[in-house]
Write a protein that binds this ligand. Structure first.
Ligand SMILES: [Zn+2]
Ligand SMILES: [Zn+2]
Length: 178
């Protein structure tokens, strides 16, 4: 996990490029219970870091390949991800947000750092989390599993929906007759 000390950022700023193996991140990811995915490739990040008074501006990019689970067919699939981001980090002193950095509008996107340390790996991971779809799909047109027989409808069809349609159709026919 890459951590940068505020004092190590020169006045002209800093450009960093780093790569982390999934195993190096597993300890951090395991501490987040809501995470339901795997890194398939290393997480590659780059960032331009500049001090802006007491705050720190980070412009960066992350890219990797994740393994997600499709919400329809429950199969795991590879999900390439690349995203740019820009963040302003404000110092958090004594656990309280300073008056002058009062949250308002755009500043809601802001983050904080504590103890003069910036946890770059965590920031990169958070950018990855933000890019994960709420409802991951292996393909836009994934047909999912049949709710009745559980067959993967991408691989084969089953008779359940056909039967249902026929049933509805016969009901309609009956309704029309009466
Ligand atoms: Zn699917
Ligand atoms: Zn079925």
């Amino acid at each position: 996990m890459l951590t940068l000390k505020l004092d190590d950022i020169p006045d002209e700023g800093l450009e960093l490029k780093w790569k982390e193996e999934p195993t190096a991140l597993s300890g951090y990811l395991e501490s987040l219970s809501e995470i339901d995915f795997q890194f398939e490739n290393p997480l590659q990040s780059e960032a331009k870091i500049r001090r802006m008074g007491e705050s720190v501006l980070i412009q960066g990019r992350v890219h990797t390949v994740l393994q997600l689970r499709c919400v329809r067919c429950l199969k795991e699939f590879s999900y390439p991800l690349a995203s740019g981001f820009e963040l302003t980090l404000h110092p958090l002193k004594g656990g309280a947000i300073e008056e002058e950095t009062e949250l308002s509008g755009k500043d809601l996107e802001s983050n904080f750092f504590e103890g003069g340390e910036i946890h770059l790996s965590e920031i990169a991971c958070e950018q990855v989390f933000l890019e994960i779809p709420m409802q991951p799909l292996c393909q836009e047109v994934c047909k999912g599993l049949c709710p009745d027989c559980g067959k993967d409808l991408n691989l084969s069809t089953c008779d359940c929906t056909k039967k249902e349609l026929e049933l509805e159709f016969s009901v309609l026919k009956k309704l029309k007759l009466h």
